[in-house]
Design a protein around this ligand. Structure first.
Ligand code: ADP
Length: 290
C-alpha cells in the first residue's frame, strides 16, 4: 500500500491507499483510478495523527511525507522508516491538484482538467503556482490565508474556533466594518459598483449597534477572499491563462470563502474552480510521488 502525509502548520492531512483498494481499481495505472482514505488532524494534536497511522497503516506501506512538519512527524513514526520518502511540498501539492482535477472532471463528465492554470493554495498562508502538464512552477506566496481568518477574527472578537468562525461569517454584515465605494460616494451615484470594498476595516463610525463577532468574521473572510483572488487572477493574466484553481483547507466547510472566491474570480474575468478534495492535494500528491 501507499500513504501520503501532508503535515502543515495547522492540519495534518493523510491519504492512504491499501493494497486491497489498489487491486480493485483496474483501468489505467495501479493507483490513479482507486480512491484513498482521506483523514485530517490538527497539527497541535499530532499524536492523534501518529495513533491513526499506527492503527490503520501496515508497517510495510510506502509513506511519502511532505509539509512543514513532515520531519517532525516522520521522526514520530520510526516503524515506517524503512519505506519512508520525503516529497518536496510544492511538487506534492501540484501533483495532487492535477490528479484531483482530473478525477473530479471525469466524475462530472466535463472536459479533463484545463491545460494551463494558476493554482492558489490557501492553507495557513497562501502560495501560488502555475501548472501546465509537467511544468510546475511556484510563483510566490502571500501571508494572507486561512491562518489570517482564524488569527485575525480571534484578535478582533475572541472567536478562534474555526468551525464557529465559518458558521458565523455568512450571518455577518461587512458594512459594519468595511468602507464601501457606495459609502464614499453617498449620496452621489458611484462610478463603479457601490458594494465593492473601498477599504477593508475602514468604516469610520461603527454602526449604532456596534460590530458583532459575525460581522468581523465576514469582514476578515471578505478581505482574505478579495486579496487571494486579486493576486490569483493577476498571476493568471501574467501567466497567459484565465483558469484559477483554489485549494487548501481554508475552503473546507467555509461557505462564505467559497462563495466570495467564486464570485470575485468571475467578476475579474477569470474562471474559478474549487475542487472538493483540494485540501488533500499535498497528501494525495505525496502518496503518488512516494
Ligand atoms: P496547512 O497545510 O498550512 O496546515 P491547510 O491547507 O490545512 O494549511 O489550511 C489550514 C486552514 O484551513 C486554517 O488556517 C483554517 O482557516 C482552515 N481550517 C479548515 N478546517 C480546519 C480545522 N478543522 N481546524 C482549524 N483550521 C481549519
Amino acid at each position: 500500500g501507499y500513504a501520503g502525509i501532508d503535515a502543515g502548520g495547522t492540519l495534518v492531512k493523510i491519504a492512504y491507499l491499501s493494497d486491497g483498494s489498489a487491486a480493485d481499481s483496474g483501468g489505467e495505472g495501479l493507483l490513479s483510478a482507486s480512491l484513498p482514505i482521506l483523514v485530517k488532524f490538527p497539527t497541535e494534536r499530532i499524536e492523534a495523527a501518529v495513533e491513526w497511522v499506527r492503527r490503520q497503516v501496515p508497517r510495510d506501506t510506502v509513506v511519502g511525507f511532505t509539509g512543514g512538519q513532515a520531519q517532525r512527524l516522520r521522526a514520530l513514526l520510526p516503524e515506517y522508516e524503512a519505506s519512508a520518502v520525503d516529497v518536496p511540498e510544492f511538487e506534492a501539492t501540484a501533483e495532487g491538484a492535477v490528479r484531483i482535477l482530473k478525477a473530479e472532471a471525469e466524475k462530472e463528465e466535463a472536459a479533463a482538467a484545463s491545460g494551463r492554470f494558476v493554482l492558489v493554495n490557501v492553507g495557513t498562508g497562501t502560495s501560488l503556482h502555475v501548472i501546465e502538464g509537467g511544468e510546475r512552477l511556484r510563483l510566490g506566496g502571500i501571508g494572507l490565508g486561512g491562518g489570517t481568518i482564524v488569527g485575525l477574527t480571534g484578535l478582533l472578537c475572541g472567536v478562534r474556533d474555526y468551525a464557529e468562525i465559518a458558521r458565523l461569517a455568512p450571518l455577518g454584515s461587512r458594512e459594519a466594518v468595511d468602507l464601501t465605494v457606495g459609502q464614499i460616494y453617498a449620496p452621489a451615484i458611484p462610478p463603479i459598483a457601490g458594494d465593492l470594498t473601498a477599504a477593508n476595516f475602514a468604516r469610520p463610525v461603527p454602526p449604532a449597534t456596534g460590530a458583532e463577532p459575525q460581522d468581523y468574521a465576514a469582514a476578515v473572510i471578505g478581505m482574505v477572499a478579495e486579496i487571494v483572488v486579486t493576486v490569483g487572477v493577476q498571476a493568471a493574466g501574467l501567466q497567459k491563462t484565465n483558469q484559477v484553481v483554489y485549494i487548501g483547507s481554508s475552503y473546507q466547510d467555509n461557505a462564505l470563502l467559497r462563495e466570495l472566491t467564486l464570485r470575485f474570480t468571475e467578476m475579474l474575468g477569470a474562471t474559478a474552480k474549487i475542487p472538493k478534495q483540494g485540501p488533500y492535494s499535498g497528501a494525495i500528491g505525496a502518496l503518488h510521488l512516494a
